[in-house]
Every structure is written in C-alpha cells, then in structure tokens.
Design a protein. Structure first.
Length: 514
C-alpha cells in the first residue's frame, strides 16, 4: 500500500513538474478536486480526444458528431431522472467528521481482498516458475477461492442493498466488515444518506425572474434531446450513433485521487441508437470494440479488465466497466451501458414531442433503444500518464525517469538540439524545426549538456531527440535518438519526417484495432 501511495505521489508531482497538470487557482491555495491542464497536459488531452474522435466518428460511417451546450433546459434533468436519483450514498465518521461514499468504503475493502489474491498469485508464480497455471491456481487454491468468495458476496450484497435503496443495510455491512475511517481509525459511523450530485446555477438578469439551471452532470442528455434533429438532418438509418466530447460537472463529495474523480471533468460519450430487441448484440459489440481501442495504445493487456455491474443505474438493463490498473488498483475507466429506451421515452413524455424513428424496413415507428459508451477524458489521461511514468535502471548503474507515452499521444514529437550554441549549429537546428513544425509539435533546446537534454525530454515524454553537430553542416546528417530504446542513428535530415511519421502517425496506431 505504501508503495502504491508513493508511486501515485510521484505521478502527481511529475505531472506538475513537467507542465502537465496544475491544481486550479493554486495561488489562492487551490480549489479541491479542480485541476488545470498546462502546456503539455493540454496537448496530451487534445491528442487523446482526437484519438477517440477518429476511432468513433471518422472510422464509423454510421456515427456522427455533436457539440451540445452545457446549459440545458432544466426539465431535461427531471426527465432523465437526475433530479430524483442522481445521488451518492454518503456516510460521516462521527469522530473525524470526515464524509465518505459508503459504497466506496466497501469497494475499497474489497480491493484490499483482491490485492491479497494478487499477492498469492505473485508468490505462486515465483514458486512454480514456467509451470505455473494461473487459471488452475485461482480455481483450486483454497485461500484464494475463499478470498474470491468473500469479495463476491460483499459486492453482491452491496449491489442489492443499493438497488433496493436499503441504506440501513449498507451501514450494517460497513459495521459487519469493521471498516474504519481511513483518517482516524474510528468505527463510529452515522447513518447512510443520499446526496444529489448536480451543481445548480441561475440564468437571468434579476433574482425574481432567474431560472434555476443545472450544470450538466453528463454529456449524454445533449445527445438524446438532439436525437431526431441529427437523425433527420444527417439522414442516418438505425443503427447509428451520435458522439460528443465535453465538460460535465458533479459535486463529488469524496473527491480524491487527483484527476481520477473531479468536480469539473470531460467526457467522451457515444449513444448508439438501435432497434428494440437488438440491445444484447450491440452491447457485446461495443464492449469488444472499446476494449480494442484501449489495447491499440499498447499499454498492456493485463492492465484492463471488465467489471459487470450488479447494481444497475436507473436507466440501464446491462452495464459493464472497463477497469484499468491505476497506481491505486483496478478502477473504472469507461462505462458501456445498455440504456434501453429510457431516456428517449422520458424526454418524449416530459416534452410532449415525439422522439420516434420511422423504420422503413419494418414500416413502423418506434422509440429506439440505446447502447452507450462513456469514458472520462481526464481518467484516460491519468491511465496513460501513470502507466507511462517509469524509473529505469541503466547499465551504467544510474537511473532515468522516462515517460513512455504512446508516441501517437505525446505532446511533443521531437526535440531538436544544436550540440553547441555557435558555429551555425543553432541556425541549422532552427531550419530543421521550421520544416518539421508543419507536421509535428517540435521544440528547440540548447541549454545544458546533450545528456541532460536527453533526460529532460525522456521525462517530458518526447519520443525523439535530434542532435545537430558539426558533421551536420558538412553532410546534412543528424543523430536521432529514440526515447524508449535510447538507440541513436545517424540519418539524413531529409529522412527525419518519414522516421517520425512512422512512429506517431495516428492511422497506424488506429489500424491496430482491426
Ligand atoms: N452517461 C453515462 C455516465 O455519465 P458514468 O459512469 O457516471 O456514466 C462515465 O461516467 C465516465 O465518466 C466514467 O467511466 C469516468 O471515466 C468518467 N467520470 C465520471 N465521473 C467522473 C469524475 N467525477 N471525474 C472524472 N471522471 C469522471
């Protein structure tokens, strides 16, 4: 646990030191769970967004984009169920006065059990070496089977109690598991209560006439209310999808873990409109498709797993998370939800406007069903960033800190260095930059010895460093160094564009999804 916390602290301080993420309003001591993306963070975030947009919109001829407003008519949130049901079960510790999400306390308890299972697996892997059969071990080792059973029973009970709104049982579960306040160690808990997560605001010039609004807690509703407008103007036939990225706001009470759980964050969502009855097939399709998107970034198959929901949201008939191994354990990265016709039917009811599709094949009108994919951009940022940050032992006994971002997402693709600050080398380095900058983000650096400049760019996540030396003036060649292998090659300046392009081109990365 201490190592996990330590690793996570390193992630947070690296993000700050290298211009990725800053605490919002830091000069005023910050605002809790609100963050700003700095020069490198803004680029990384933009690249992740584009990687998603291309995979969803550009590569699917039956998905179109949308950019709906953050403010929506307040009835939207009544219809969607958010006014009545978008809440978290909260519990206070009477001694520390700290407030927690009751379900998260239980889930953290289960995560500890899962940690024990992982430990057992690691031990056994060491003991049995090549002959180790993980599946067999998981199903036959009595201690592991008991752990697994315990975890499943707890999660099942939690899911059932939440679904039945039985908050008294959630408290009972916390007491039975003897969960203590992480701050004070006290087990003196209040009852569990529901707390609505939407932020309210006002629209209008005077207090008497102002209209109460909410900041949207998800981007999805902007898609639902525009469903018919988009379908008609794009002449899409079912099945088709509408995708959008944008800000969402939630008054998260337990906002911890850096950009994992924020009060203002960005979502990348896609609603796929389908024929009623085909939801199971499309739900499986999108689960598999979204996992392929994640795997295309090469961050390790073992770092992902599906978690099927026991407790379903008020709108879903099936739901799963794609979980990622964050520095603090496996947690939700993306949700895939089969939302039935809940949202469109509710908007139809509350607005009095028909939100139906005329199916020419079946010659009838119906309210389409929806399968949704929803991923937090900031959470994806954290997954990519934390997974990429590595400390490497080098052959000469030193260590280097390297941010092995997938090259396609790296904020800067290449840094160009003159070996010395004279003899025409800076001028040639600038010439190279002036040529490369039309295709890639590149930067110039002449400060310090070249070795230190390499280290700086390693920590920055830059996939290539290009060094201009005296030989470059004579034969128009330079040294190009690869971040991950530290390999250096002498190449012609005219070849640089092709070498960089081969590694950072979005098309080749996305093709790995096939
Ligand atoms: N439209 C469905 C929906 O919003 P959700 O599971 O509440 O579903 C989807 O959110 C995704 O949004 C999550 O998987 C997560 O990646 C991201 N997300 C949710 N709340 C967040 C928060 N407070 N901070 C950062 N990301 C968040």
């Amino acid at each position: 646990m201490a190592k996990q916390e330590d690793d996570f602290k390193k992630v947070i301080s690296h993000a700050k030191e290298y211009g990725y993420v800053f605490q919002s309003s830091e000069i005023y001591d910050g605002l809790s769970a609100v963050y700003d993306y700095a020069q490198n963070g803004a680029e990384l975030k933009k690249n992740i967004r584009e990687y998603w947009w291309r995979a969803m919109v550009q590569l699917n001829d039956n998905i179109v984009g949308l950019d709906a407003a953050i403010f929506m008519h307040p009835t939207t949130w009544k219809a969607s169920g958010h006014v009545d049901a978008f809440s978290d079960p909260l519990i206070d510790n009477k001694d520390s006065k700290k407030r927690y999400r009751a379900d998260v306390l239980v889930e953290d308890y289960v995560a500890k059990i899962e940690g024990k299972i992982e430990k057992e697996v690691k031990k056994a892997t060491k003991r049995f070496g090549e002959a180790f059969d993980k599946e067999q071990f998981l199903s036959t080792n009595q201690r592991v089977v008991d752990y697994q059973e315990k975890a499943t029973t707890i999660l099942k009970r939690l899911g059932k109690s939440l679904e039945n709104e039985d908050l008294a049982d959630v408290k009972k579960l916390i007491e039975e598991l003897e969960i203590a306040c992480p701050m004070s160690g006290s087990k003196n808990w209040t009852d569990v209560k529901q707390f609505n997560l939407m932020f309210g605001t006002k629209l209008g010039a005077s207090t008497e006439t102002a209209m109460d609004l909410y900041l949207r807690p998800e981007t999805a509703q902007g898609i639902f209310v525009n469903f018919l407008n988009v379908q008609k103007t794009s002449r899409m036939k079912i099945p088709f999808g509408i995708a959008q990225t944008g800000k969402a706001f939630r008054n998260e009470i337990v906002a911890r873990q850096f950009i994992f759980r924020m009060r203002e964050f960005e979502q990348m969502e896609m609603q796929f409109f389908i024929k009623p009855g085909s939801q199971k097939e499309w739900y499986e399709h999108w689960k598999a498709h979204r996992l392929r998107w994640h795997l295309s970034l090469g961050m390790g198959e073992d770092n992902y797993r599906f978690h099927d929901h026991e407790k379903l949201a008020h709108y879903a008939d099936a739901a799963a998370d794609i979980e990622f191994r964050f520095p603090f354990g496996f947690k939700e990265l993306e949700g895939i939800h089969s939302r039935t016709d809940f949202d469109l039917s509710k908007h139809q009811e509350f607005s009095g406007k028909k939100l139906q599709y005329f199916d020419t094949d079946e010659n009838k009108n119906y309210v389409p069903y929806v399968v949704e994919t929803s991923i937090g951009l900031d959470r994806m940022f954290l997954a990519v960033f934390s997974n990429s940050l590595q400390e490497e032992e080098l052959e000469n006994g030193t260590t280097r800190t390297v941010l092995k971002l997938p090259a396609v997402l790296a904020p800067t693709k290449a840094a160009v260095f003159p070996l010395v600050k004279k003899d025409g080398l800076p001028e040639l380095a600038h010439e190279i930059i002036d040529d490369l900058k039309w295709d890639f983000n590149v930067l110039y650096d002449q400060k310090d010895a070249v070795g230190r400049r390499y280290r700086r760019q390693d920590a920055n996540g830059t996939p290539f460093c290009i060094t201009v030396d005296h030989q470059s003036l004579e034969d128009k060649t330079v040294t190009i160094r690869h971040r991950d292998t530290m390999e250096q090659q002498r190449v012609a300046i005219s070849e640089l564009k092709a070498i960089i392009h081969k590694e950072v081109d979005m098309k080749s990365w996305l093709m790995k999804m096939k």
